[in-house]
Design a protein around this ligand. Structure first.
Ligand code: PMP
Length: 390
């Protein structure tokens, strides 16, 4: 078993060692850490729905009605009534024929890609796609051709140059999880049509966030009816847990019969599905939620720019502050933590070497005052650590 210790030594030496830390949630935007209440600028709980009274109540009611666990897989006895409702309402929300819920976004991505593609097929994958999409490609055992991030000329060139006897799939995040930029779906749709390629979009960070009513990146880009497979998660803006896919009735039927991560795992718990359903209803009933998120994002981005903190232009709640060295990134986030601000340091292998960063996420649960104070703290700390000049 020496290899275990060897590996741990290696990651420690590279300053990439990670550990889980216990954060005690006290609200949608605050946690307690070592007895101190901190502001969370690191959560994907974009609309703050984890602590919404109606969402919490729905989860409690579901436990009373159906118990704590599903007790079976979806294709055996695990499909309780709330599942059907959630899938119908997710399909309606996305304007699709049908929807299917998976146990996580990760399981949706791995299960869907490996069900859609096989060894005869070619997958064209954005260089910055999320790990779960990459793992889905690996499981598919298809040939994977990687195009430079959001580079449409490169994508078109590779499609033209790559012989393919089977299907072509283009796979991309809608909103990229570590950079917060948006995939150019309008161009992807045009290029895909030329090569009869299927488009798969992972909208984990856009569901409930981007586009009219939070319907996602394809809706934002005006191509919702041209993206064949739209994947989302229930674990971020929808405040629960699980993943989902929307598309044609045939697609959903096919996945029920083919996606191994769907077939071979126990269904999610009633409380989880009830919470997701209630959150989806809150999202539709209260357009002010997405509006508040958008307003907060604009406020934070404007302040960061005014403070000359180097962040790329953008409109999503994911705001990277790239500092380069992973040691510096960790130092800055621990300084900020002492000031009561939780921001994640993102390091390789999650991002390419030399691009370690602070990854800020803004949510609708933040107040403007909290965001203003946070930007001041970040500004002071970056200056202190030599990553910003006054
Ligand atoms: N896709 C992207 C782009 C993600 O960022 C994540 C989660 N970090 C996932 C998929 C996985 O979703 P889940 O957490 O629901 O498994």
């Amino acid at each position: 078993m020496q290899f275990l210790a060897d590996y741990l030594e290696q990651v420690k030496a590279a300053r990439l060692y990670r550990q889980t830390v216990v954060y005690k949630p006290v609200s949608a935007a605050h946690v307690q850490l070592n007895g101190q209440t901190c502001l969370l600028l690191a959560s994907n709980n974009y609309l703050g729905l984890t602590h919404d009274p109606a969402v919490r109540q729905a989860a409690v009611d579901a436990i009373r009605l159906y118990g704590t666990g599903a007790g079976g897989a979806r294709l055996t006895t695990g499909t309780f009534p709330l599942y059907e409702q959630l899938e119908q309402e997710l399909a309606a929300f996305k304007g699709a024929e049908a929807a299917l819920v998976f146990n996580s976004g990760y399981m949706a991505n791995t299960g869907i890609i490996s069900a859609l593609a096989g060894p005869a097929d070619v997958i064209f994958s954005d260089a910055l796609n999320h790990a779960s999409l990459i793992d889905g490609c690996r499981l598919a055992r298809a040939r994977v051709v990687i195009y430079r991030h959001a580079d449409m000329e490169h994508l078109a060139y590779l499609l033209q140059m790559t012989a393919c006897a089977g299907k072509r799939l283009i796979i991309t995040d809608g909103v990229f999880s570590m950079d917060g930029d948006i995939a150019p779906l309008g161009s992807i749709v045009q290029i895909a049509a030329r090569y009869k390629a299927l488009i798969v979009v992972d909208d984990a960070h856009a569901t409930g966030v981007l586009g009219p009513g939070g319907r996602g990146t394809a809706a934002y880009c005006g191509v919702a009816d041209k993206v064949h497979v739209q994947i989302g998660t229930l674990s971020k803006a929808l405040g629960a847990e699980g993943g989902f896919v929307t598309g044609s009735g045939d697609l959903i039927d096919y996945l029920k019969n083919k996606a191994r991560s769907f077939i071979f795992s126990t269904a999610l718990a009633p409380a989880t599905i009830a919470a997701a359903l209630a959150a989806l209803r809150e999202l539709s009933a209260r357009p002010e939620l997405v509006a508040k998120l958008t307003d907060n994002v604009l406020h934070a981005r404007t302040l960061l720019q005014a403070a000359k903190i180097p962040v790329p232009a953008g409109i999503t709640p994911i705001i990277p502050v790239i500092v380069g060295d992973s040691g510096i990134a960790v130092r800055i986030t621990s300084e900020l933590q002492q000031q009561g601000l939780i921001i994640t340091a993102i390091r390789p292998p999650t991002v390419p070497a030399g691009t370690s960063r602070l990854r800020l996420t803004v949510t609708a649960a933040h107040t403007r005052e909290e965001l203003t104070a946070a930007v001041h703290a970040i500004r002071r700390t970056l200056t202190l650590c030599g990553k910003r000049r006054e």
